[in-house]
Design a protein around this ligand. Structure first.
Ligand SMILES: Cc1cc2nc3c(=O)[nH]c(=O)nc-3n(C[C@H](O)[C@H](O)[C@H](O)COP(=O)(O)OP(=O)(O)OC[C@H]3O[C@@H](n4cnc5c(N)ncnc54)[C@H](O)[C@@H]3O)c2cc1C
Length: 439
């Protein structure tokens, strides 16, 4: 299908959010499939959704994130086959500094009916983990949160599932069309989305461009610095968007190499510990570290990642294409390979001496993070809805249906804590002791 000259809803980006919003809008009786067009400069899954490791979890210290994730897991569970979703569960294995935070996550999961088990104490945690993997040997662990729901999904397969559902409702998805600007009326609202193949007039634009959010932000003249009201009662000026590099990779073993004691596919493992990390060459790090991993046939091995790092960028360059030729070199380096394989061997004996099996295929990618590292779901310029998930988002397949409802005039309580106004009002999400910016 070619690019139409007008559509009621123009959605920019054919990743997890663009497609799930399109599907949700088009299946509402108040909307026809012809009303919805999705534009992507490349095609379905060309962005972060197509490379995401695909972990689906509830483990968040922030109550609003946890409630939203519980809703998203409901959507994953609604059609596991179409979404290529594997409900294997998720383990958050933590050191003492995180125990109280994770205990509160467990308590609140109980309160919202999200099934999980919490184990406390070093010996108890080790015994619980050995019940899953008999070669478990990680040090410095004093609690385990085992979420019985969640797991992971296969990135491109789930997008194809969503695409099929959207197209079955009559949605048009057009690849190879780049949004270059906006035609705005006197009030500042968008009258047409401008592309390299001509304008598309619209009533409503939806921006779901993942790491490219800064480029669209710049096209709408939105501010690149944001005042955030801190707990000290003062305003703190912060960059609106920052880039971080997500470091991921795959150990090339048969994914069946990481089955659980009972022969089944195990829960996704996420461990944060302060135990010094060594490999054959000596000390790797004595700072707290965290890794995640899972057996994954899609990636062809045991796949996972390590903590992200901030990509420094001068303020005048923040709107360049994060994946374009001018982008910084964010390829995962030797440090990652060494640390991640040492961490796997620290956790499980079966990974000792296996670092030479690490794939050196390019892996990982870049994410755009908001001033507080949590999503922004809000309307700007009267009729431009931004789904800017601050890199939390492949798991957030349920955001599209909520955004669709908001576009149809029904404000959603689950999205309310993610409005832009929270920065000026100081209504920030609580910060945990996790070394990750997204927990
Ligand atoms: C390496 C990595 C691993 C991750 N792992 C996980 C995980 O395990 N679990 C999890 O929940 N999240 C994970 N994430 C985060 C998650 O992938 C993203 O938050 C999410 O996929 C963003 O989805 P999106 O639909 O907003 O954007 P994307 O999937 O990035 O899609 C944006 C689309 O917009 C298009 N586009 C951009 N600019 C334009 C333009 N000007 N005109 C037209 N089209 C345009 C792009 O071509 C792209 O297809 C990971 C991210 C990375 C980088």
């Amino acid at each position: 299908m070619g690019l139409p000259s007008s559509a009621r809803y123009v959605i920019i980006g054919a990743g997890i959010h663009g497609l799930s919003t399109a599907w949700s809008l088009a299946r509402d009786p108040r909307v026809s499939g012809d009303d919805v067009v999705v534009i992507d400069k490349t095609g379905v899954g060309a962005g972060a959704s197509g490379i995401a490791c695909g972990v689906v979890r509830n483990n968040y210290f922030q109550p609003a994130m946890r409630e939203l994730m519980a809703h998203c897991v409901d959507v994953w569970e609604s059609d596991p086959e179409a979404f290529s979703y594997h409900p294997v569960g998720y383990l958050q294995i933590s050191h003492e500094a995180m125990r109280a935070d994770v205990a509160s996550i467990h308590e609140q999961q109980q309160a919202i009916g999200y099934s999980s088990t919490f184990v406390e104490g070093a010996d108890e945690s080790a015994a619980y983990m050995r019940g899953i993997f008999d070669d478990w040997q990680a040090q410095g662990v004093t609690s385990v949160l085992h979420e019985h729901r969640g797991g992971y999904a296969n990135n491109m397969a789930s997008l194809k599932g969503l695409l099929g559902k959207a197209e079955a409702q009559g949605v048009t998805v057009v690849g190879g069309v780049t949004v270059t600007g906006f035609d705005r009326d006197a009030s500042g609202a968008v009258a047409a989305v401008l592309t390299d193949q001509g304008p598309v007039a619209c009533e409503q634009a939806v921006v779901a461009v993942g790491p490219w959010v800064q480029q669209i932000w710049a096209m709408l003249d939105l501010p690149f610095e944001t005042d955030v009201l801190g707990g000290d009662g003062c305003l703190h000026r912060r960059p609106t968007w920052t880039y971080m590099c997500l470091q991921e990779g795959t150990l090339e073993v048969d994914p069946g190499y990481l089955t659980a004691n009972d022969g089944t596919m195990p829960p996704v493992v996420h461990i944060d510990t302060d135990a010094p990390l060594y490999d054959e060459a000596g000390l790797v790090t004595d700072a707290p570290w965290g890794v995640y991993y899972k057996p994954d046939f899609n990636f062809g091995g045991v796949q996972g990642g390590y903590m992200p790092y901030v990509v420094d960028k001068p303020a005048d360059q923040v709107a360049v294409d994060p994946y374009g030729p001018d982008s910084p070199d964010f390829i995962v380096g030797e440090d990652f390979y060494r640390t991640w394989t040492a961490a796997l061997a620290h956790c499980q004996k079966r990974f000792e001496g296996k670092s030479h099996l690490m794939s050196t295929e390019p892996s990982g990618g870049i994410g755009s993070f908001s001033p507080d590292n949590f999503p922004v779901f809000d309307t700007f310029c009267d009729n431009v809805y931004f789904i800017a998930d601050s890199n939390h988002g492949y798991k957030m397949i349920g955001v599209g249906p909520l955004v669709a409802a908001e576009l149809l005039g029904e404000p959603q309580g689950l999205l309310a804590p993610f409005r832009w106004s929270r920065y000026a009002e100081g209504k920030l999400h609580p910060v945990s002791n996790s070394p990750y910016p997204w927990s």
